[in-house]
Design a binder for this molecule. Structure first.
Ligand code: SF4
Length: 325
């Protein structure tokens, strides 16, 4: 990986341009599908001074500023990040009625709103083949990690990730359970089956089209929630995974994931249904599939959250059954 973008070889520079063009095209297509017709561009392409950093880590990275309906706003690179990310309202396509849920105040608008956001990453995006290599090295590093003695004594193996390292969408959960610890794959038990259904039957994607990871790579004893120090020990693996995969969207499953990524103390009930940014990446939070298994009444809200995500991604939302009758 090139560590100094100012001194790329011709081949690496050409590769970087190809990746940039692909990402810009994907983002424009996503905007078009979301019904956005115009985008301001001047500040977005302003070149950062060599060595300048707009953020030094995820909790200092650009979370969303408040927004108005139909936009996901860029965080101002020079502004200090808020301690708790402020919600924005998800974009919706033309003709689709506004969601019934309460939204950010209509007056809280910014004049030059845009989906575009200066990347919160200092490193250039990696080519597909490089992503595989870097993630494999990272998984091996995690497998040898012994930072959490209790988890190391309890785990059968580490559970690093599953899915496409070039995915548009990354799901982030809490920690491996018994089935995951046995197989080495995240989300393969009952909760995993529900997540797979949400991805395939709900969103119309294949499971291997998305990337799935957890805050912790090791199973906590008796499936207890991760301790704060364990999350702190492990979060750098996830941060690197996000940086390498660099998805267009993040979906945080459950409060542990939201706490780990957004550094917020809010409940999932208050977090869900709104957009945030993690290092420039539009991010949404919803209930963990395990919670949905225990609380089926929350599935309706989780489906609403998935629809926000699908709208932003330009995915077709299936008509409600009663609309088909
Ligand atoms: S949970 Fe993460 S930090 Fe802790 S031992 Fe496992 S890999 Fe290391």
């Amino acid at each position: 990986m090139q560590s100094d973008p100012e001194h790329l070889s011709d081949a690496d520079a050409a590769d970087a341009v190809r990746i940039m063009v692909k990402e810009v095209r994907q983002r424009l297509e996503s905007l078009l599908r979301a019904g956005v017709k115009e985008v301001p561009f001047a500040p977005v392409f302003a070149r950062r001074a060599p060595g300048a950093r707009t953020a030094s880590g995820p909790d200092a990275a650009g979370f969303a500023a408040e927004g108005d309906p139909g936009t996901i706003l860029p965080a101002a690179p020079s502004s200090p990040a808020p301690a708790i990310p402020q919600p924005t309202v998800a974009p919706r396509p033309e003709g689709r009625p506004a969601p019934a849920r309460p939204a950010a105040p209509a007056a809280a608008t910014a004049p030059a709103a845009s989906f575009f956001q200066e990347s919160g990453f200092d490193s250039p995006a990696l080519a597909a083949a490089e992503r595989l290599v870097v993630l494999k090295d990272l998984a091996e590093e995690a497998a040898g990690c012994r930072k959490c003695p209790e988890l190391v004594a309890y785990r059968t193996r580490t559970v690093f990730a599953d899915g496409d390292p070039n995915a548009r969408l990354m799901f982030i959960g809490e920690a491996p359970g018994a089935d995951e610890d046995r197989t080495g794959r995240p989300f393969v038990g009952k909760a995993g089956q529900l997540l797979t259904d949400m991805i395939t039957k709900g969103m119309g994607l294949k499971r291997d089209e998305v990337y799935i990871a957890n805050i912790l790579k090791c199973r906590p004893p008796e499936n207890r929630p991760p301790q704060p120090e364990e999350s702190a020990n492990c979060i750098h693996f996830l941060e690197r995974q996000i940086e390498v995969v660099r998805p267009e969207f993040l979906c945080l499953l459950g409060r542990t994931a939201a706490v780990g990524v957004l550094k917020t103390g809010l409940s999932m009930g208050r977090l869900r249904g709104k957009w945030y940014r993690y290092r420039g990446i539009p991010t949404i939070a919803t209930y963990h599939p395990s919670y949905l298994l225990r609380t089926p009444s929350a599935k309706k809200e989780a489906w609403e959250d998935l629809q926000l995500l699908m709208t932003a991604m330009g995915l077709r939302i299936p008509p409600r059954k009663k609309d088909q009758d």
